[in-house]
Design a protein around this ligand. Structure first.
Ligand SMILES: *[C@@H]1O[C@H](CO)[C@@H](O)[C@H](O)[C@H]1NC(C)=O
Ligand SMILES: *[C@@H]1O[C@H](CO)[C@@H](O)[C@H](O)[C@H]1NC(C)=O
Length: 599
């Protein structure tokens, strides 16, 4: 055996034997805990509505584990997502900034990343809370859904990958769970575009067939080259449709472990167990050092799981079964934290990326999207409260009072500065839109620092929330609202998700004004007659918008300091490119299966 290795073994042996003695001599267990930086376990559900959870008023769905987190900790009742859709909301959550600052806000039709083989994603220049914690010596892991891009220029550059954004360990779905991942569940990705392409291919096929017949029957003296050209064209049109869309499960329904694709197309039924096992193992592996775990659930996004022992057990069909399964996962993870005696040194957080999807329902399954309680609207409906007000629960025994409820406005973007503060990160940073929540959570202050909050629909400023000092009121000013289709339906059933521009919205001048403290369902617009502060509300919010806009990168400004942000959501970034496609094996013959769940 090599000498250096022996010496190394000897000194590590000494360290193993002596260290506990030294520690025991120097400090008792609580002293050691007090000095150690806290761990963070962040749990985010997908598409869960605030009305789906027991501690937020649901009396028929059983969520005992989430309810217990709330009764052992602090429950936020006005916790707001920065966007009503996955990709922009998650970008803002990760960076502590509105999505348009990182180019993750949409200008048009496409509002979330659609293909893993696109080049858009969270830019490498952005900083996430994971990266900041990593710089403070944290071990960081992301288990579950990412949906913020993978590659920029070629397969395997992984410029947007979680490993590049501060997560030293990654296991999960770089994309998202969606209907196309399970045969027979329908299609989510550009369904109307797909059917147009299919029709086009069919028309070309029929046209070609007719021409061939005409030629064979000798009715017309058609040139052979014309036939060949037409034939190639139809093949091409079909391929354009076939390759990215027909193989969607292969391209997008995949699981990666760090930089490797390990399951393609993924086995959906075993996902919950695999993700839970990975999350539990991550905590066990790192229980003796400060860690960050972001457990990004695939529940309760469609297609809904049908896993025993949850299938058919709830009082709300398959959707309810999935909420209860999700609650069980949260309970299992909490149990892991507690059984390792980490609870007193671990801040646990539970939230959803945005509100429930009202348009998701069919006659066979019934309800498939979340329930947003008394709040108006839902997923993809701009600034309406139902799409952005989500559960927010913090548990930290010994540090946060049990059973506390905070009604002040808070944001998912607050996590970034809160974690930074707790990790004692005082290094300079970019402009942040979130605030450290600890003073509010600990009850050291009564008022939120969010006097104003801005609600975006894509890159468009949709609404502003104003919580005036010294008042309970929370005014909300909507500059435009989505057009529901059919009109009056309370949702965009034709397009399935509402859009933020052009003919899809109605602009309001003067804007629609509500006081959501007195009228949380946004059902009574205020007027100068009904609200004495009406003029002041418009004036104050207009000034706040000006101040906010001055902090945004501006293409028009001609100074060298300002760098225009490149949109990550433009068509050229979104569309599928074979050379960017993550692949297990040799492209295009991608495919592999993961061995048994590693628990
Ligand atoms: C509880 O959640 C289910 C499922 O989302 C929903 O249908 C029901 O209306 C909710 N009940 C209450 C009281 O909010
Ligand atoms: C955690 O803190 C609470 C409150 O300070 C205390 O009662 C409990 O014994 C602590 N638990 C452990 C495992 O240290």
């Amino acid at each position: 055996m090599n000498q250096k290795l022996c010496a190394g073994m000897r000194s590590s042996l000494v360290a193993t034997l002596l260290l506990p003695l030294l520690l025991a001599a120097g400090s008792d267990v609580t002293g050691k805990e007090a000095n150690r930086k806290p761990n963070f376990v962040l749990i985010m559900a997908d598409d869960l509505g605030i009305g789906d959870i027991g501690c937020y008023g649901n009396d028929t769905i059983r969520t005992p584990n989430i309810d217990r987190l709330a009764s052992d900790g602090v429950r936020l009742t006005q916790h707001i997502a920065a966007a009503p859709l996955c990709t922009p909301s998650r970008a803002a959550f990760m960076t502590g900034r509105y999505a348009l600052r990182s180019g993750m806000g949409s200008t048009g039709r496409v509002q979330v990343l659609l293909f893993l083989g696109g080049s858009g994603g969270l830019p490498p220049s952005e900083t996430t809370f994971a990266k900041r914690l990593q710089q403070q010596g944290y071990t960081t892991g992301l288990i579950g859904k990412w949906h913020l891009g993978v590659n920029c220029e070629h397969r395997g550059d992984h410029c947007h990958h979680p490993n590049q954004h501060g997560f030293s360990y990654y296991y999960g779905l770089p994309f998202t769970l969606f209907n196309d991942c399970v045969p027979g569940e329908g299609t989510d990705i550009l369904a109307d575009f797909q059917s147009t392409l299919r029709q086009l291919a069919a028309i070309l096929g029929v046209g070609l067939f007719t021409l061939v017949c005409v030629r064979v029957c000798g009715l017309l003296d058609l040139r052979l080259w014309l036939l060949v050209a037409l034939f190639s064209l139809s093949i091409l049109a079909t391929a354009v449709w076939y390759v990215p869309f027909k193989l969607l499960p292969t391209w997008n329904c995949i699981v990666m472990r760090n930089q490797d694709v390990v399951d393609q197309p993924m086995t959906v039924e075993t996902l919950p167990q695999r993700l839970l096992g990975e999350a539990q193992n991550f905590i066990k592996r790192n229980s003796d050092r400060p860690f960050l775990l972001f457990f990004s659930l695939v529940h309760v996004h469609i297609p809904l799981f049908k896993n025993p022992p949850f299938a058919g057990r709830s009082r709300h069909g398959r959707y309810g079964d999935n909420v209860e399964e999700m609650d069980w996962l949260v309970g299992q993870l909490t149990e892991t934290v507690d059984s390792l005696r980490l609870a007193n040194n671990t801040l646990m957080y539970f939230t959803s990326d945005h509100g429930g999807h009202l348009e998701d329902a069919d006659s066979k399954v019934g309800q498939k999207g979340g329930w947003n309680s008394i709040y108006k609207g839902g997923k993809a409906m701009g600034g309406w409260e139902g799409g952005i007000r989500v559960p927010g629960i913090f548990r930290w025994p010994g540090r946060l009072a049990a059973g506390k409820v905070v009604d002040e406005p808070t944001s998912l973007m607050d996590l970034y500065p809160t974690l930074k503060h707790l990790a004692e990160d005082t290094q300079p940073d970019r402009h942040l839109d979130g605030h450290n929540l600890m003073p509010l959570l600990e009850g050291r202050v009564k008022r939120s620092e969010h006097e104003f909050m801005f609600h975006y629909c894509g890159v468009y400023l949709n609404a502003v929330r104003w919580h005036p000092p010294g008042s309970d009121s929370v005014f909300k000013v909507h500059f435009f609202t989505p057009n529901f289709s059919p009109p009056g339906a309370g949702g965009c059933y034709k397009t399935k998700v509402c859009l933020c521009h052009g003919e899809y919205v109605t602009h309001h001048d003067p804007p629609l004004v509500y006081d959501i403290f007195h009228d949380p369902s946004e059902s009574r617009t205020l007027t100068p007659d009904t609200e004495p502060r009406y003029a002041e509300i418009l004036e104050q919010t207009a000034r706040a918008v000006d101040r906010h806009k001055s902090t945004l990168p501006n293409k028009q400004v001609n100074d060298t300091q300002s760098t225009a942000v490149q949109s990550q959501m433009a068509w050229d970034k979104i569309l599928w490119r074979p050379w960017l496609q993550p692949c297990c094996g040799t492209f295009p013959f991608c495919g592999c299966k993961e061995e048994e769940p590693r628990i």
